[in-house]
Design a protein. Structure first.
Length: 227
């Protein structure tokens, strides 16, 4: 069997990719807006009580940094005003607290944290041309992992993970950067946008002999693509 010349194969591949791009755009325009984005985040947790080996003490929770991914759909049937998103992020943190055990005040307990959140968000937005403000609520799951815990009286491990239900409230705005993207040799009607967002997130973690009601504020900055 005779193979096609490389230049012909490249031309056919280019035509196929162009067809896929045009078809995907037509489906998105007919069905609604599809958005994907990536972002960086900073966390500002509230200091909360810590339950440690039978004693409740006031703890201190330190800030952290992380990153996340988001994908959303805003159906044309809902006038692209109401949408559903799936969101996942990971960030650092740490907790410290007085280590009271059997009536004795031991050295302060401390552990680094690794938090992984996955939520489904319902978002209500104003579909403006240049700026799109929005608000929303999200529900999902969170994994809180203790890293290198240093807590007297506890059978320390290198890490200890706890799964928890999480919910969040969010609000922000998208700012259009460009209504077109150069893709597959030509400009496409895909929009590029920047966004900033505030979130309030709540999760209750229960590890072995240790628990905390984790409440934190997120500051989010990212970039996205709208199809």
């Amino acid at each position: 069997m005779k193979l096609p010349h490389p230049s012909r194969f490249a031309a056919l591949l280019g035509l196929f990719l162009t067809y896929l791009g045009a078809t995907g755009h037509a489906i998105a325009v007919e069905f609604g807006d599809v958005e994907v984005s990536a972002y960086a985040l900073g966390t500002w947790p509230s200091d909360e009580s810590v339950f440690n080996q039978g004693t409740t003490v006031h703890g201190s929770t330190q800030e952290g940094f992380g990153a996340g991914l988001n994908a959303g759909l805003f159906p044309a049937a809902l006038h692209r005003v109401v949408g559903l998103e799936i969101d996942s992020n990971v960030h650092s943190g740490s907790i410290s607290f007085p280590n009271l055990l059997s009536g004795q005040n031991n050295r302060a307990g401390h552990s680094d944290l690794l938090i992984i959140n996955t939520t489904f968000n319902m978002v209500l937005r104003y579909p403006g041309e240049k700026v799109r403000p929005y608000i929303g609520i999200g529900l999902g799951w969170s994994h809180g992992t203790l890293l290198n815990p240093n807590i007297a009286g506890r059978n320390d491990q290198d890490f200890d993970s706890a799964r928890a239900f999480t919910h969040q409230f969010l609000g922000g705005a998208q700012i259009l950067l460009s209504p077109k993207v150069f893709l597959f040799g030509q400009y496409r009607d895909y929009s590029v946008f920047l966004f900033g967002e505030y979130r309030y997130v709540s999760s209750n973690y229960h590890w072995d002999k240790l628990a905390i009601d984790f409440r934190t504020h997120y500051g989010v900055m990212g970039v996205g693509l709208r199809f």
